[in-house]
Design a protein around this ligand. Structure first.
Ligand code: UGA
Length: 444
């Protein structure tokens, strides 16, 4: 079958869904993206990506022009598809560390009410607690026995969403043993180009597929907290965590990626995934196995308070009335996502302690302003740093790395910088007259 003959629906057009819809269409499939949020649908249908993701908007527009890609709020339009990808969010519940599956449940309610085609396949991509797919399979067995199910977790990184979707590190397919290989066949056809390009394919059961995703994020979070714990030890001994990490990285078994010490991890995935993982393991009576993730979370959050403490110390013991410039609002560079952002958490801690905090970020200021109207915002680093008593570098955008420290020094009241991401060129900043401090590195 030529791809265009295969109709694909993408349920949930947030970060994951919008990217998946565009990429599936780019591969030649007929794609309909469905979402209950009319605003999101209207934006995407008009060629606007409602979040910051390099390269995605161009590809969206190109594919809208082909007519292969449409967006709708009607599940009836989606019901005619051969393959449905479930891409809704599974955020942390407001009242507990567990994942909130209500969006997933209501998406399935709506799809089943719309009457999916017999022989079609439902493919879960959302990050879910182990056991979710099995529960969904039981539901389908009674309510839509002719609809198949597979679990195919997504590993894309914000900022690299298109690249990660088109050329994933691996494809994980959680399959039912008793469907005669139907789901596997359909997914092999969907992912034919990636498979032909040599993408490793992992065929497994539902529980393992669900776990690969949370285990991967738990591992990444652990790696970051490990190096941040070493940063704490470096602070106690006078060691240098950056040199330590570089030396560790020479061991190919350890590797250098995700050993960047600083204010730690944030975002809509790592923090909530390690919490939901612990909650689910506890429900399964196996909480003891991932007890260490509580420590991973605690180390991570301690970096934020440490950053605020160091700022306070460098300002002589109190931040009240002092001007603090914060470079960064997004949880990482090349993103406008401020969910669980370490930068904004630090900014808030200082604001609550009485500092006059001005935040700047190349992309995330509109989101930050909406969520934290109590902080002040500036269009660029110079504006943010004008008359500042201290500058905090909290999200390592290239814009900030490229700042000319000589020029910036002429705007501030005191040329003191804390590099919360260990990403600035220390020698350059010091040569420009700045007192440079970083987490986990000796003072000079
Ligand atoms: C993460 C995973 O990397 C993806 O594989 C996964 O698909 C995604 O979550 C998800 O579950 O959807 P993402 O949240 O986009 O992706 O961000 P990362 O690039 O993993 O960064 C996470 C956080 O760790 C950021 O706040 C970043 O600043 C921080 N980080 C990263 C460090 O503090 N140090 C490092 O060395 C690396």
């Amino acid at each position: 079958n030529p791809p265009a003959a295969t109709r694909v629906s993408i349920i949930g057009t947030g970060y994951l869904g919008a990217t998946h819809a565009v990429c599936m269409s780019e591969l030649g499939f007929s794609v309909v993206g469905v979402d209950i949020d009319p605003g999101k649908v209207a934006n995407l249908a008009a060629g606007r990506v409602p979040f910051f993701e390099p390269g995605l908007e161009e590809l969206l527009r190109k594919n809208l022009d082909t007519g292969r890609l449409t967006f709708t709020t009607s599940f009836t339009d989606a019901a005619a598809a051969d393959v449905h990808f479930l891409c809704v969010g599974t955020p942390q519940r407001p009242d507990s560390p567990a994942a909130d599956l209500s969006h997933l449940v209501s998406a399935v309610d709506r799809l089943l009410a719309a009457g999916p085609k017999p022989g079609s396949l439902l493919v879960g991509k959302s990050t879910v607690p182990a056991g979710t797919a099995a529960a969904l399979a039981r539901r389908l067995a009674t309510e839509a026995p002719l609809v198949g199910l597979a679990w195919n977790p997504e590993f894309l990184r914000e900022g690299f969403a298109v690249e990660d979707t088109m050329r994933p590190d691996r494809l994980v397919l959680g399959l039912q043993a008793d469907d005669g290989g139907r789901a596997e066949g359909m997914l092999r056809a969907i992912y034919a180009s990636a498979i032909e390009a040599g993408t490793p394919l992992v065929l497994t059961d539902f529980a393992t597929a669900e776990l690969v995703k949370v285990a991967a994020n738990a591992f990444l979070a652990t790696k970051i907290s490990f190096i941040n714990a070493m940063a704490e030890i470096c602070e106690a001994t006078g060691g240098d965590v950056k040199t330590l990490a570089a030396a560790l990285a020479h061991d190919a078994r350890i590797g250098g990626r995700f050993l960047g010490a600083g204010v730690g991890f944030g975002g809509g995935c790592l923090p909530k995934d390690i919490r939901a993982f612990q909650a689910r393991a506890a429900e399964l009576g196996a909480g003891y196995a991932v007890g260490f993730l509580a420590e991973v979370d605690a180390i991570n959050l301690r970096r934020r308070t440490r950053m605020a403490e160091l700022t306070t110390e460098l300002l002589g013991g109190s931040v009240a009335g002092r001007r603090v410039a914060v470079l960064g609002a997004a949880f990482k560079p090349n993103s406008d996502d401020i969910r669980d952002s370490p930068a904004l958490d630090v900014a808030n801690l200082l604001h609550r302690a009485g500092a006059v905090v001005t935040v700047t970020d190349p992309a995330a200021v509109p989101n930050a302003r909406q969520r934290h109207p109590e902080l002040s915002y500036a269009d660029n680093a110079v504006q943010a740093a004008t008359d500042a008593d201290i500058v905090l570098h909290l999200t390592e955008w290239s814009d900030f790395r490229e700042i000319d420290p000589v020029a910036l020094a002429s705007y501030v009241r005191t040329p003191t910088v804390i590099d919360g991401r260990n990403a600035l060129d220390v020698a350059r900043w010091r040569a420009a007259g700045w007192s440079y401090y970083a987490l986990g590195r000796p003072r000079v």
